[in-house]
Write a protein that binds this ligand. Structure first.
Ligand code: ADP
Ligand code: MG
Length: 258
């Protein structure tokens, strides 16, 4: 086995919202690390700090204290303009509500970052076609988002996130607006891309089915890491059962197990 390359390191992250009188402690000291090629899930009840954690890792939000390194660079040390560039070049995002541009075709949406980076048209075409093929949306490339299903939209969003070959893909509840079949096909595609291209993925979800596609899961509760599960050689169904057992222990079900 080659030596693992650390992609993400988070040390003692805290985040408070509000001010004196009404402070919300969204993160209360989170430390975690992710190596290149990992597919890591982050699970926890609603309000536990999952989105805050992802937003701080992705430079969308800044921490109250603590430090974050991605690919050996410390984010909190970057200047504002460097942050925007870093985010564009090194990170990929998949959101619950797709965030595709309505006036562009799927092809244009997927290729946009490469166009902005000034890649030659022929290379963009080739890479978009290859990524679309992997995600099973090759025949929908010339459609607009309103002409395709939610599942196809999200697979286009995944293609857009991955096409720049980012160091880290961050997905916040990407199956939240999908039916279970569309969710499975997205998750299978992500797991395959993770395996074939060694794409590093962090998937935030409260859905144990979605989490069961990951190789490792961090559970958070009240802004702290509560536990960790490593899939190892477990078949997905067995891993799913282990996830349910941890969720039961986590408590505060809040209809989070769907
Ligand atoms: P999750 O994604 O696990 O549901 P969040 O990270 O969205 O949790 O929220 C964690 C806590 O921080 C919650 O109590 C939430 O109400 C609070 N919170 C999140 N964003 C803000 C904000 N912008 N302003 C104030 N409180 C917030
Ligand atoms: Mg959230």
């Amino acid at each position: 086995m080659p030596v693992a390359e650390r992609i993400l390191e988070v040390v003692d992250l805290t985040k408070q919202y509000g001010s004196r009188g009404s402070v919300t402690h969204a993160l209360r000291g989170i430390s975690m690390a992710v190596d290149r090629g990992e597919f890591v899930g982050v699970m926890g009840p609603s309000g536990s700090g999952k989105t805050t954690l992802l937003n701080v890792i992705s430079t969308i939000d800044s921490p109250s204290s603590g430090r974050v390194w991605i690919g050996g660079r410390e984010l909190t040390a970057l200047r504002r303009r460097e942050v925007a560039r870093f985010r564009r070049e090194r990170l990929g995002f998949i959101f619950q509500d797709f965030n595709l541009l309505d006036t562009l075709t799927l092809r244009e949406n997927i290729g946009l970052a490469l166009s902005i980076a000034g890649a030659p048209a022929g290379e963009i075409d080739r890479r978009v076609a290859e990524m679309a093929e992997r995600l099973g949306i090759a025949d929908a490339l010339d459609k607009f988002p309103y002409q395709v299903s939610g599942g196809q939209k999200q697979r286009a969003a995944a293609a857009r996130a991955l096409i720049t070959e980012p160091d880290l893909v961050l997905a916040d509840e990407p199956t939240g607006n999908l039916d279970s079949r569309a969710a499975r096909s997205l998750l299978e595609a992500l797991a395959e891309l993770n395996r074939d291209l060694q794409t590093t993925i962090i998937l935030v979800t409260h859905d144990p089915v979605a989490a069961s596609y990951c190789q490792r899961i961090l559970f958070i509760k009240d802004g702290r890491i509560f536990g960790e599960l490593v899939r190892g050689d477990s078949p997905r169904q067995r891993f799913f059962d282990r996830i349910l057992a941890v969720l039961a222990e986590l408590g505060g079900g809040e209809a989070d197990v769907r």
